[in-house]
Design a protein around this ligand. Structure first.
Ligand SMILES: [Zn+2]
Length: 186
């Protein structure tokens, strides 16, 4: 009898203990689950606020893009007009370049005429014979400079020509006994 009673009590205790334990586990589990759910809900809310924040940013950017569209159009128009201006300037540069070449030719012709004129005694009336005279008497038509005191002839711009410079043709300088300057080469 004692053993049976003990067994009953023990069983009762075990059942209570088991149910308490089960309650604890279930309660803990449900608390954990609830806690987890709450965390997820918080996370969801935070994500939703992030999304709405991003949506705000997107609409801001859209507004900015809409706002800057006229500016972009303005810049495009400016680029187009500047390109046109550049093309115009390029044409002018081309024109001026060809004009410069023409003028250079004229300068060369005038130089030839001046040199020829000094060597041929000032007969500059016949300009068509100038290039021929220039090329056939290259040595004689070259102008050099002598000084009051020196025995050398110089090219224009030589430092020895600061005090005095007397222009004459190279052939005349040679004829008078002048020799080439060692600095400028005559
Ligand atoms: Zn010299």
């Amino acid at each position: 009898m004692d053993g049976k009673k003990f067994d009953k009590n023990t069983l009762k205790t075990l059942v209570i203990a088991a149910s308490l334990l089960l309650n604890c586990i279930l309660g803990g589990a449900s608390y954990t689950y609830y806690h987890h759910l709450a965390e997820q809900m918080n996370e969801t809310a935070s994500l939703q606020s992030q999304v709405s924040h991003l949506e705000d940013s997107v609409s801001d950017l859209q507004a900015q893009a809409d706002e800057s569209q006229p500016a972009i159009d303005d810049l495009k128009a400016q680029v187009a007009s500047l390109t046109e201006e550049k093309n115009g300037l390029q044409t002018q540069v081309d024109t001026l370049t060809s004009q410069k070449a023409d003028l250079q030719n004229q300068v060369d012709t005038l130089k030839a005429g001046a040199s020829s004129g000094s060597s041929s005694g000032g007969s500059s009336s016949d300009s068509s014979s100038v290039p021929a005279a220039y090329s056939s008497s290259d040595d004689q038509s070259e102008t050099v400079y002598v000084t009051d005191t020196g025995s050398k002839y110089h090219s224009a711009g030589c430092r020895y020509l600061k005090k005095s410079q007397i222009p004459m043709s190279l052939s005349e300088a040679k004829r008078q006994g002048y020799t080439a300057c060692s600095v400028c080469g005559g």
